[in-house]
Write a protein that binds this ligand. Sequence first.
Ligand code: GLU
Length: 286
Amino acid sequence: MRKTRIAMAAMGAIAALTLSACGGNGGGGAGGGETGGGTEGGETIRIGIKYDQPGLGFQSGGEYTGFDVDVAKYVANELGYSEEQIEFVESPSANRENMLANGQVDMIFATYSITDERKQTVDFAGPYFVAGQDLLVSAENTDINGPDDLNGKNLCSVTGSTSAQRIKDEHAQEVNLLERPGYAECVTAMQSGQIDAVTTDDIILAGLAAQPNFAGKFKVVGNPFSEERYGVGLPKGTELCADINAAINKMVEEGAWEEALTANTEGVDYTFNEELNPPTPGDSCA
Ligand code: GLU
């Protein structure tokens, strides 16, 4: 743990130097060089989350809410960081691997699926949740019931996501895929009629559809076609996986995991897959 902290602090310091050499502050956070010290020194931990996924990772004023945020707070607390010591940093889908590799964040809780490709650049603790890729369509839509119904349709997803990648790998011929930086932008595009469907994880789509400004307009198809195992993204070579996994298992055992999920999906038309959840992470990285 000690070694890791020093390594993390060193990485932060290098990142801070690199950023100041470039004349920008890069959004890496003020505490770059002092990060990773636990409670002893009143230092901070930088945690990457989404800012635009209601119920998962959401920023409103200075408030951060959602299931990812709650799991992050629980895990950070188990690692010795109080809530005040957490500095949340926005981590869009396309930036996650880079942000970890560059030392801009210490860990990421951002609907971040564990994949072999990503594991070449980053490590993952977890999983702490399993979602499934699905489609969001207009409430009146009857002809799109799964990924095979997308012939000639305009579909929106997010750059750098497994959702966009799966469409490119498996449905590139028939679908017109539009990529945006965030899912909320996709839903707005669908609202204005440019898009026939939005694709990503069911829990993300359900959270967006439940927003008051979209009320009654959209529905999740409810035919998931992948398993998205949400991991805690960490810099490659981390020694934190066992501790983080123990924290996740404790959160589940204590009932705090289910409590957080229930609270964050209140009023949302979503039921998690009970066969796959809660997952039980082992004692090493995923
Ligand atoms: N879970 C998927 C992924 O990690 C989609 C959601 C997201 O973009 O965060 O790519």
